[in-house]
Design a protein around this ligand. Sequence first.
Ligand code: SAM
Length: 165
Amino acid sequence: MDEGVVMAVVLMIMGYLVASIFYPLLTGGAAYTPTPRRAAAMALELADLKRDEAFYDLGCGTGEALVEACKRCDHVRGVEIEPLRWLVAKLRARKAKVTLGNLFAQDISDADVVFIYQYRGSINDRIARKIKAETKAGTRVVSYEHEIENMALIRSQDDIHVYET
Ligand SMILES: C[S@@+](CC[C@H](N)C(=O)[O-])C[C@H]1O[C@@H](n2cnc3c(N)ncnc32)[C@H](O)[C@@H]1O
């Protein structure tokens, strides 16, 4: 194959991979950074996730929290807007139901525990409004790294913040 064509294809792939990290910002969500697996495990411990509860990761990335959640829970769901990360999450967390789509359109009405790793401020505010409007009272919300304003904090440890609606 022509060297120029190979170079153009490589540049297009690299361009997509870089853009895919940041374009979720245009959808009202955060860019991609995975939660470290140990932090994901601790988040689920702090949220006291139980086997028969319904768990959601809104913006599940490549599935770090989903993989951990599947070890403790039978009803694990994730939603991810970027197709490559969605596919990786789906392949890694086989027991989970992983949806390709916008987290703001996800039905979370049966949620017991919602995990988010998005951004403090307007993004978390918008997600908090959705959670409060759609879930039952007493739903636990775990946010990695970024705090959520206007939600009742029940415990906090090492950048993991647990709230209750
Ligand atoms: C900081 S990463 C966290 C990934 C994963 N939750 C974790 O903890 O490893 C944020 C993820 O949210 C996704 N995201 C951002 N906006 C979204 C939206 N509107 N709908 C669905 N996913 C979204 C991004 O593509 C990215 O994968």
